[in-house]
Design a protein around this ligand. Structure first.
Ligand SMILES: Cc1cc2nc3c(=O)[nH]c(=O)nc-3n(C[C@H](O)[C@H](O)[C@H](O)COP(=O)(O)OP(=O)(O)OC[C@H]3O[C@@H](n4cnc5c(N)ncnc54)[C@H](O)[C@@H]3O)c2cc1C
Length: 417
């Protein structure tokens, strides 16, 4: 099938330089063939542009030759339909067919109005559906995979302009890899997402000395399936902020997680009965529907300062070794640290998956990220796509024989041996 209907909804921008706004023009094409009559040599899709690396950028050489194209699907949004619920394992789940440009924040609302929700989300919901799955966006969850693991099917426009349906029955190799597509498998136009009935959770945040976290880490990890922690490098005394999310009954009440008072501290006792020492801590507690416990509110998102982030994924059993190594590194560069630089380190846990292009392929991971306030020229060199080299199967070339959807960032990581 040719992609003749879909591109009428695509707005795109030709760019000679992604960051040079004055060089950018915007057009909406009505036909893939008409678009490709321009003989573009580099076509990339940008979702919400929230990736910290150069993964969305068009190829520099094609930019210079005026032969690059940056597509955006902001006009192609919404839920097309949802199936009746069915049992997948022990849980009742539902498949929803979603247009790829839909922002997760809007999708959360749309799902809630149908009594549905994502099983997990990242820290914010500003991303597009296609962008979020294309980089294995994840939250924390010992037994829960990234958002890519919720994908049950994809509709993709390949570099020929043909629409490919990819799922566990059809174009299986494309489906297997393109759930975390990195933008290298064509233009994702629709995503089938597996979602669950909306439920309620309680979120508890409390501080403890970093040393206490180190000695209690394994108990916390075992006890709480949605556990994460963070610390601010060079803070004195070294302190960990621990966040726990637990399922609660639907009629549980409490301060809502998007309420301004959600960070008020109450006293609570944690770590009891799991083999760890009981620790009395001040904590902030809120209760809400699942997605509001998982992601920030729009107001909070708008109040975020610009920051840059680099995330590493390690086998979960090395979590504390990584922290200790990083603390040693931190100490070794202490003299170079400027007090005005705002740093933040965070560890979240993600279940292993079966997606060869994912950071969690066959390995339950701790994702340790370092973020610092401000923009940068950081190119994501050590970023999340690093581990992917050689895991991209031959079907990428079938979808994109001439490398139309590659860029320098991807070539370095998935092509160069
Ligand atoms: C404030 C903030 C909070 C974040 N929180 C988290 C978090 O908690 N957990 C986490 O894992 N990550 C997090 N991230 C990272 C973010 O989730 C990912 O970078 C995600 O890919 C961004 O989605 P996007 O829609 O902006 O995609 P983009 O950054 O625009 O694109 C990402 C990739 O998807 C491709 N792509 C986009 N749309 C399509 C399409 N239709 N077809 C084919 N390819 C496409 C692009 O080409 C690119 O390769 C955060 C980022 C920010 C800025």
């Amino acid at each position: 099938m040719r992609a003749s209907i879909f591109p009428t909804l695509l707005a795109f921008t030709t760019s000679t330089a992604f960051t040079a706004a004055s060089d950018v023009s915007s057009t909406t094409w009505s036909d893939w063939d008409e678009m490709q009559s321009n003989l573009f040599e580099s076509v990339k899709v940008v979702g919400a542009g929230h990736s910290f690396s150069a993964i969305t950028l068009t190829d520099e050489k094609a930019d210079e030759a005026g032969k690059s194209l940056l597509l955006n699907l902001d006009n192609y949004t919404g839920i097309i339909s949802c199936d009746e619920p069915s049992d997948e394992g022990e849980v009742e789940t539902t498949n929803c067919y979603v247009r790829a440009g839909t922002r997760l924040r809007d999708l959360n609302d749309m799902l809630e109005s149908r009594g549905l929700a994502f099983i997990n989300l990242g820290a914010t919901a500003a991303q597009s559906v296609a962008g979020a799955i294309s980089t294995s966006t994840h939250g924390t969850g010992r037994e829960i995979g990234s958002i890519s693991t919720a994908v049950r099917g994809l509709k993709i426009v390949d570099s020929n302009g043909d629409v490919i349906t990819a799922d566990s029955n059809e174009n299986v190799d494309v489906y297997t890899h393109a759930r975390t597509s990195m933008g290298a498998f064509g233009v994702i136009m629709e995503v089938t997402l597996n979602v669950v009935p909306i439920w309620k959770m309680k979120r508890t945040i409390f501080d403890m000395p970093l040393e206490t976290l180190i000695s209690n880490h394994d108990d916390l990890y075992k006890k709480y399936s949605r556990f994460q922690w963070s610390y601010i490098p060079y803070a004195d005394p070294p302190t960990a902020s621990v966040m726990i999310r637990e399922d609660v009954d639907w009629d549980t009440s409490g301060v809502g997680c998007w309420d301004s008072t959600a960070n008020v501290h109450v006293e609570a006792k944690l770590l009891d009965g799991s083999g760890g020492d009981a620790v009395q801590v001040d904590s902030s507690v809120c209760v809400d529907v699942s997605y509001k416990v998982l992601v920030d509110s729009y107001d909070r998102y708008l109040n975020r300062s610009l920051y840059t982030e680099m995330e590493m994924f390690v086998d979960v059993k090395h979590t504390i070794d990584v922290l200790k190594d990083f603390l040693a590194f931190q100490e070794s560069v202490k003299d170079e640290h400027s007090e005005s630089a705002s740093l933040f380190c965070n560890m979240r846990y993600v279940a292993a998956d079966d997606i060869p292009t994912s950071m969690m392929f066959r390995e339950r991971c701790g994702g340790f990220f370092v973020h610092y306030d401000g923009g940068s020229d950081y190119d994501g060199r050590s970023g999340r796509v690093r581990a992917l080299r050689q895991r991209v199967g031959g079907d990428r070339e079938r979808v994109d024989p001439n490398g139309l959807f590659l860029n320098d960032y991807l070539r370095e990581r998935i092509i160069k041996k």
